[in-house]
Design a protein around this ligand. Structure first.
Ligand code: ACO
Length: 337
């Protein structure tokens, strides 16, 4: 461990579509109401991408901001990882489309499928390439256009999701900064609780699959809720142990923004006071893999992240998957040349 390179985020950017859809707007589409949505989820509004915009576009906008924030050029990127559950298409990978948009001609590129956990999976994966010395700069993006796979006739799911993207540039940073510890895991036996059943090799697109609305998100909300409440605390504690950091050393807890009740119970489990918890689920809903980088970018913009602060990011999602990352923020710590 001692001679390992320290890897951290040296630039971060996000993109959110302009169009705001409020709970009141949804009342006109499905049998729901603002009170139910706010009480059960904490969500008040979400952003919905223009029909001309796909996931690779949102990812590119976020990446451009992250590169500017890091002060590096697209040519300096060695690898692009796009975490998404809503790629532009099966193939080519959305990461390749982003590579072309950015003209990141020296970058390898692949997509990562871990549902809402994808961004943290991406951070941990990307960091390994830098630790080994193979690469210097890795661009990790979480981007989603969930409005395209939400069933706008199903009130139990469509009210939850939103569109957006966030991107981070990973590089070697001064020793003691960056990723201090992590936890990553999966339980495929719970895969059925959150899925998009049709359109793949198991259930190719057919008239039947279309008429049965199998090309949209199917979710057992209660099961996912129970899983999330349990795993967020467990995974966070394991990552803290891995980092050798105690819960009271956390300066900011940044949980996946899926549901206010899930966030509150995870914070309680970690004994984190709510003023140390980043929350923006009220404004964007669940943006899946994009949720954590968007929340981190906003926390920085709100002045809630200072050099040397210890951040704890925790994600959970389809798979079922989970991942946590303890990070000592060192934006001021220049990347090691
Ligand atoms: N408006 C009004 N009523 C609704 C709505 C709605 N939008 N949706 C459901 N209801 C009704 C139900 O029909 C049910 O009515 P009934 O009692 O007459 O049958 C009632 O509200 C209660 O429904 P529940 O599903 O029990 O409500 P619950 O309190 O569990 O909340 C929710 C549902 C918000 C979906 C919750 O279970 C949840 O947040 N689960 C986790 C979901 C999640 O985080 N998913 C993302 C995972 S990450 C990823 O990878 C994408």
């Amino acid at each position: 461990m001692q001679n390992e390179k320290s890897v951290g985020i040296i630039g971060i950017g996000c993109y959110l579509p302009e169009k705001i859809v409020t709970n009141k707007d949804l009342e006109k589409i499905v049998d729901t109401n603002d009170e139910w949505i706010v009480e059960r989820t904490g969500i008040r509004e979400r952003r919905i991408a223009d029909p001309s915009i796909a996931t690779s576009d949102q990812a590119t906008f976020a990446a451009q901001k992250a590169l500017a924030d890091a002060g590096i050029t697209a040519e300096e990127i060695d690898l692009i990882i796009v975490a998404t559950a809503t790629p532009d298409m099966f193939f080519p990978a959305t990461a390749c489309l982003v590579q072309n948009n950015l003209k990141a001609v020296n970058a390898a590129a692949f997509d990562l499928a871990a549902g809402c956990t994808g961004f943290v999976y991406g951070l941990i994966t990307g960091a390994q390439f830098i630790k080994t010395g193979l690469y210097k700069h890795v661009l990790v993006i979480g981007a989603e256009t969930l409005s395209r796979i939400a069933d706008w006739t199903d009130r139990s799911t469509c009210v939850l999701f939103g569109d957006g993207a966030g991107a981070a540039v990973l590089s070697e940073v001064e020793s003691g900064y960056g990723i201090l510890g992590c936890n990553i895991g999966a339980d495929g036996s719970g895969g059925e609780f959150l899925m998009l059943p049709a359109g793949g090799s198991r259930m190719p697109t057919s008239e039947e699959s279309l008429s049965n609305r199998k090309h949209y998100i199917h979710m057992n909300g209660n099961e996912v809720f129970k899983f999330a409440v349990k795993i967020m605390g467990e995974s966070a504690l394991k990552a803290l142990e891995n980092a050798n950091i105690s819960t009271d050393e956390i300066d900011l807890f940044i949980p996946h923004q899926a549901n206010m009740r899930i966030i509150t119970s995870a914070a309680k489990r970690l004994k984190a006071p709510m003023e140390k918890v980043m929350i923006n689920v009220d404004r964007y809903g669940n943006t899946a893999a994009a949720s954590l980088p968007i929340a981190l970018r906003e926390a920085i913009d709100e002045g809630r992240v200072k050099d040397g602060d210890v951040l704890l990011m925790v994600g959970f999602g389809a798979g079922l998957t989970w991942a946590s990352c303890v990070l000592k923020w060192g934006k001021g710590a220049k990347p090691v040349a």
